[in-house]
Design a protein around this ligand. Sequence first.
Ligand SMILES: [Fe+2]
Length: 422
Amino acid sequence: MIFQKVQSSYEQEQGAAISNVGVTLSVNMPGLESNPSSTKQESGRWDKITTLWAKTDSSKLKRIHPETLEPIGLAEQKDLHPDLDGPLSASHAKSDPKTGDLYNYNISFTPQPTYRVFRVSSATGETTILATFHATPAYLHSLFLTEDYVIVSVWNSHISPQELTKGSIVPALQPFDPSKPAKWYVVDRKYGKGLIATYDSRAFFCFHSTNAWQEPSPTDPSKTDIVAECVLFETSDVLFRLYYELLVSSSVEAQQSSKRHFSDSKITRFRLPWVPDTPISENQTATVDWAASETPPLELPTLNPTYLTRPHRYTYAVVGRGKSTFLDGIMKFDSKTKKALFWDEHAQSPGEPIFVVDPKGETEDSGVLLSVVLDGMTGRSYLLCLDAKDLTELGRAQVDGPIGFGFHGQHVPIRGVPTGDF
Ligand SMILES: [Fe+2]
């Protein structure tokens, strides 16, 4: 799965049918509705989906049919705004939970590595560049969003742009250097102030941000801190461990590697203290509030999406506890007690747990988790439904064959508005 994310990050121009774009999905993504290859309006449940776009860690987007999933066409971020002409971006954009506005970044390399953080308005489809700054180019799979800010954390998966011409981002990755700080670029998204502050933190690597929010600073409640949660890796070694050949091989080398796939991953909360009201140029310092060191290796963190940009308590993820060659369980982590619950069954490998909110629920964990699980005994997959409170099984829907790993999912409700990117 992550191999595909990495491998598909940079590629030659190809047709929609064979273009490898498919890590995340955007339902009714703003800004590209006028694409000429529009989808025929369907009746019934599909009328909630006007457009469906697949994304990857590049500026390329692939439109697919919401029912048949057939590829329809390709677009690029420069179709949103002509200045978004660099090759790299995040698979995981972030959507404002109230407005539906979409946020992401674009990295270009000429004449020097440049990040452009942008917003696509859900109301107008207009794309606005919120900040342009020069920084070390890096492989960044996700970013952070709070009520007032977009935060791009340039963690330590730095890349050499010259090496990208080889068709994959992996050869361009630079060795992990713990002496280089990770950089956090805080961009105002409400008042047009642009890049407002830069923070340095300990070196680390990450695929997935979970959530971020603003809160009064514990050291001075008149000031505002940003808290950002992600799944932290101590180094970027994971990028070199997840080669497909190792994932599917039964060799001793592969088995040893599989035990270490996510071996140093931890749910971690960073704190960016005292966000200034006006832009400042002096580097600030971000610190680690806590890291969940007692949990097993994990990845694909999710949460109740209605808690985006505000403090959440529960994080869900897939875990690898050494019971299979890859992933073998689903975890619910309580950030208040630091305790975890698990779902697992022998030889069952689950995919991303997608949180579906109970519209009548009153607590953060009122809802269900949906996960596509591969049954290693039968070679077939099923959609598993768990109670998000206690991870008890509510049901499963079996299919006749395997469903490939490799994709994030989206749940589209029959009633209500589909959730945006997160
Ligand atoms: Fe991802």
